[in-house]
Design a protein around this ligand. Structure first.
Ligand code: HEC
Length: 150
């Protein structure tokens, strides 16, 4: 009988974790994704200051910010898929729901480019990292153009 009990517990845990993957209310999903975007912007901006030269380049700080943006890059997308979240305290366009494949592709491209940036930042090749920073910035801009309400 014991294996059955274990199987039951495993199934229950899977069900619970699946429920946790969603948000209790649409407002929570909006808050979550905006919070992640805020963090991405903060750490991206710190790199941006070094790219522009308004803050001196420091390898360790640049690499840390790049690693953080890379980590955050995978977090917000599920919260964008939550039904009903094109309304409320949000600037997300309903086109996210209408063009899900395009939105997900934009998210994957962003993740790939932030991963590359993190690698380059770690290696300390600032010129390569600067060019890659520009590529990541294009991801932000194009996704915002397509999927935010102005
Ligand atoms: C794949 C799409 C996508 C990418 C890539 C993306 N964003 Fe966003 N971002 C959005 C959407 C959609 C919103 C609107 C969220 C909302 O209001 O619910 C948003 C909102 C924001 C906000 C406003 C958050 C708030 O508090 O209202 C900031 C700041 C931001 N993004 C910065 C960035 C930066 C910087 C990058 C690139 C380093 C980036 N985003 C990349 C889709 C994207």
């Amino acid at each position: 009988m014991k294996p059955k009990i274990i199987a039951g517990v495993v199934i229950a845990l899977v069900v619970v974790s699946a429920a946790y993957a969603q948000f209790a209310k649409p407002e929570k999903a909006i808050k979550y994704r905006k919070s992640v975007m805020f963090l991405i912007a903060q750490h991206f901006g710190r790199m941006g200051a070094m790219v522009k030269g308004s803050t001196p380049y420091e390898k360790a700080a640049f690499a840390k910010n790049a690693a953080l943006v890379d980590t955050f890059s995978g977090l917000p997308w599920e919260a964008f898929m939550t039904p009903g979240t094109d309304k409320g305290d949000t600037t997300m366009s309903a086109s996210v729901f209408q063009k899900q494949a395009k939105f997900k592709a934009a998210a994957r491209s962003f993740e790939a480019d932030t991963a590359k940036l993190a690698e380059m930042a770690k290696s300390g090749n600032f010129d390569a990292a600067k060019a890659q920073f520009g590529k990541v910035a294009k991801n932000c801009k194009s996704c915002h153009t397509d999927f935010r309400v102005k």
